[in-house]
Write a protein that binds this ligand. Structure first.
Ligand SMILES: *[C@@H]1O[C@H](CO)[C@@H](O)[C@H](O)[C@H]1NC(C)=O
Ligand SMILES: *[C@@H]1O[C@H](CO)[C@@H](O)[C@H](O)[C@H]1NC(C)=O
Ligand SMILES: *[C@@H]1O[C@H](CO)[C@@H](O)[C@H](O)[C@H]1NC(C)=O
Ligand SMILES: *[C@@H]1O[C@H](CO)[C@@H](O)[C@H](O)[C@H]1NC(C)=O
Ligand SMILES: *[C@@H]1O[C@H](CO)[C@@H](O)[C@H](O)[C@H]1NC(C)=O
Ligand SMILES: *[C@@H]1O[C@H](CO)[C@@H](O)[C@H](O)[C@H]1NC(C)=O
Ligand SMILES: *[C@@H]1O[C@H](CO)[C@@H](O)[C@H](O)[C@H]1NC(C)=O
Ligand SMILES: *[C@@H]1O[C@H](CO)[C@@H](O)[C@H](O)[C@H]1NC(C)=O
Ligand SMILES: *[C@@H]1O[C@H](CO)[C@@H](O)[C@H](O)[C@H]1NC(C)=O
Ligand SMILES: *[C@@H]1O[C@H](CO)[C@@H](O)[C@H](O)[C@H]1NC(C)=O
Length: 611
């Protein structure tokens, strides 16, 4: 039996596919839910689930708040998104808010799978997230996201759309009761006049003046995301931008489901074919989302491996959920060097592809634009562009179902262009250096799978006037991932699974402009261990434990949290916001960690001299 031969994640996917077939359940959900055989007990309070993240820093004032939408998501799969008319709350001050926070709060009770969902305003995606899986005694969770970068959207009437494809029947009883709210924070007492439309400095630290959606338009019986189903599938949209745009940044949202939900564990096709395994997702463990403009690659995203709340072993994510699962990261690509090609007022095509994709990826984007308030026409020209093909290698050594596989990949991209607006002539360079390595081992006749993967991204933007620097930003990210799974006791579609998962979202950011230097360092590490017994798509028994250490240090403040849980219970929880003992401030070598930064800046100077 093929299912006996494969590793647990593949087996889980197979079970999931079976489930989809049987119940036509959401393609967006994960594969397992947890069975609780006891009746709900009135004495047991609902469990509060949470993702470990730092609190949003807001002004010390009472926000002006508005409930945008209240809805019970029951039979919503394959139905139009739930919409609500939005306008700037009339009881709020009319001046510009200094911080805007989106709040998703939800409650559910019963049994349900995890469901992916999205929140859009005027087609611009504000939040991509995954629901928590309910318990019989009920669950609660809240997601707060800083949405200040979308400030221009909130000033005007718009349509809010939320798609959360849920199915409810006599077995899957969990209805998601949801409130979506906005909180506007103002500096002082709301008496200061709104800032003039044109600030004296170009907008490298301020929110965009206009945000255009690159997503599907309503009416739809789905989310507004594009669906990418295979490696040749290109989803695209033609967009014309105002000809007074002097800066553009594309913000990409991605999530992966069904055959590619665990893409980083997918075995190579030669392993699948030589072992005659059928009906299982392959294409190996490497994926990249490639963004093109009029057919030329302008950037790539090697996503963080978000594991949804039903993934691998659902007991691992209760109540501490997986990194990024309640607020999926979005990814920025600086488009400014390419503006010269698209300032002609005509439509230009933004395209998305996923290398080696299997069905299905949900991808859409927001195009953030900064406009020149004085000139109707901005001029620009691309003066340097290098986007060599992806470099990759693959080696394997296997006999039957056991063996080892190594996949490596790297990509480099850089572009430099100038833009001449009423702010003067600004030359902007954008670069990306991406690296990937995945080692996969199968053992125990295919019953044990070990994944050790690292994604490294180094990207940045440098902007300068002919004779002085204007702005620079560099981001270094590493996403280590280790997964160990062992399947035993497979009888009649039941099996036991032992799983260890360790992940990290590590990021260093450095940015500088006339206002000064900003830097931050985040190390967010999560280790989980669990075992469970599974029957069909039900977890019938088991236990999960998670330990997480979140350490954020920055020029604007610090945050630390060390929390762990086991079997739904928090074992220890320590947090603080002291910067004392911060390695950043103690280290004289901090800036030398950004060596590529100075190298890149030097090469920008080189370009300027030459051009
Ligand atoms: C390995 O698994 C395959 C497929 O289930 C089975 O046919 C084979 O006998 C197993 N080999 C060993 C050594 O257990
Ligand atoms: C949603 O808002 C209503 C009214 O303010 C409140 O009664 C309810 O508890 C809220 N639900 C959640 C899940 O926050
Ligand atoms: C890839 O997906 C597209 C869009 O669904 C489809 O039209 C095309 O036939 C698919 N190609 C292959 C090779 O499956
Ligand atoms: C796979 O199928 C081919 C053709 O039916 C057969 O020759 C080969 O022995 C099979 N391999 C395995 C590992 O079962
Ligand atoms: C830039 O624009 C200014 C006017 O806004 C003009 O005087 C100048 O010649 C332009 N420079 C270039 C290189 O186009
Ligand atoms: C993963 O591989 C790296 C080297 O690429 C190694 O340093 C690390 O220890 C490995 N992690 C585990 C958990 O095996
Ligand atoms: C497997 O399932 C079948 C049908 O449900 C049942 O008759 C059989 O006893 C089961 N075998 C085991 C070992 O549980
Ligand atoms: C899995 O985690 C447990 C608990 O930390 C540990 O004892 C065990 O060695 C780990 N196994 C592997 C293969 O990583
Ligand atoms: C986190 O807390 C646990 C339990 O108190 C402790 O053993 C561990 O050393 C702490 N880790 C860090 C990085 O502080
Ligand atoms: C988990 O906790 C429940 C009570 O909340 C208890 O009945 C169960 O035995 C615990 N499981 C393990 C494996 O400790």
């Amino acid at each position: 039996m093929a299912a006996m031969a494969v590793s647990p994640p593949l087996l889980l996917l197979l079970l999931f596919l079976l489930l989809v077939f049987l119940s036509s359940a959401s393609l967006q959900g994960s594969n397992l839910r947890v069975f609780e055989d006891s009746e709900p007990k009135a004495t047991i309070p609902p469990t509060t689930f949470f993702e470990v993240t730092r609190p949003i820093s807001v002004p010390d004032s009472t926000p002006c708040s508005a409930l945008l939408l209240q809805h019970d998501f029951a039979q919503t799969y394959g139905k139009p998104p739930v919409t609500a008319a939005y306008s700037f709350p009339s009881h709020c001050p009319r001046n510009a808010p200094s911080k805007i926070v989106l709040e998703w709060s939800a409650a559910s009770r019963g049994r349900q799978f995890d469901r992916i969902f999205g929140v859009w305003l005027s087609g611009v995606e504000l939040l991509r997230s995954c629901t928590a899986e309910p318990r019989l005694n009920g669950i609660l969770w809240t997601v707060r996201k800083d949405v200040t970068r979308y400030a221009s959207l909130f000033a005007h009437p718009a349509t809010l759309a939320v798609y959360l494809g849920n199915l409810v029947d006599s077995t899957y009883t969990g209805v998601y009761h949801v409130n979506v709210s906005l909180h506007f924070y103002f500096d002082g007492y709301g008496s200061s006049p709104a800032p003039s439309r044109r600030s004296p400095l170009p907008g490298f630290h301020s929110p965009a003046d206009l945000i255009l959606p690159i997503s599907r338009s309503l009416p739809l019986n789905d989310g507004l995301w594009f669906l990418i189903q295979n490696s040749t599938d290109v989803q695209s949209m033609r967009v014309s931008i105002p000809s007074n745009t002097y800066r553009a940044v594309l913000e990409l949202f991605v999530s992966f489901h069904s055959d590619d939900e665990f893409w980083y564990t997918n075995p190579p096709n030669d392993y699948i074919s030589e072992n005659n395994i059928t009906g299982l997702p392959g294409n190996g463990p490497f994926r990249e989302v490639v963004v093109s403009l009029d057919g030329s690659v302008i950037g790539a995203v090697w996503p963080f491996p978000v594991i949804y709340t039903g993934g691998i072993n659902p007991l691992l994510w209760r109540p501490i959920t997986g990194i990024g699962s309640f607020d999926l990261p979005s990814y920025d690509i600086e488009v400014t060097p390419f503006l010269g090609k698209i300032l002609d007022g005509k439509p230009h095509e933004f395209g998305f592809q996923v290398t080696d994709a299997l069905d299905v990826w949900f991808v859409d984007a927001n195009l953030h634009l900064w406009l020149d308030g004085k000139n109707d026409h901005v001029l620009g020209e691309l003066i340097e562009y290098k986007a060599p093909d992806l470099e990759h290698s693959y080696s394997s050594k296997f006999k039957g179902l056991d063996g080892s596989f190594k996949k490596k990949a790297s990509r480099e991209l850089s572009a430099t262009g100038w833009v001449n607006s009423s702010y003067g002539k600004i030359t902007t360079r954008f670069f990306q250096n991406l690296e990937y390595e995945n080692m996969m081992v199968y053992d125990g006749n295919g019953s044990v799978q070990v994944i050790n993967q690292t994604i490294g991204s180094n990207f940045g933007t440098f902007a300068k006037y002919p004779s002085s620097n204007l702005y620079s930003e560099q981001v270094l990210q590493t996403f280590p991932l280790y997964i160990y799974t062992a399947t035993t006791d497979q009888v009649n579609g039941s099996y036991s699974l032992v799983a260890n998962v360790s992940r990290g979202f590590n990021e260093k950011k450095f940015s500088g402009e006339r206002h000064g230097l900003l830097f931050s360092s985040l190390r967010n590490l999560q280790d989980s261990q669990g075992e469970m017994r599974v029957k069909g798509n039900l977890v019938t028994s088991g236990i999960g434990s998670t330990q997480q250490v979140y350490r954020y240090e920055s020029s604007g403040g610090c945050y630390f949290r060390n929390v762990s849980s086991s079997n739904y219970t928090i074992l220890n929880d320590e947090s603080g916001d002291s910067c004392a003992g911060s390695s950043l401030f103690g280290s004289k070598n901090f800036f030398t960690q950004f060596l590529p930064f100075s190298t890149r800046r030097a090469s920008l100077r080189g370009v300027e001299k030459g051009g």
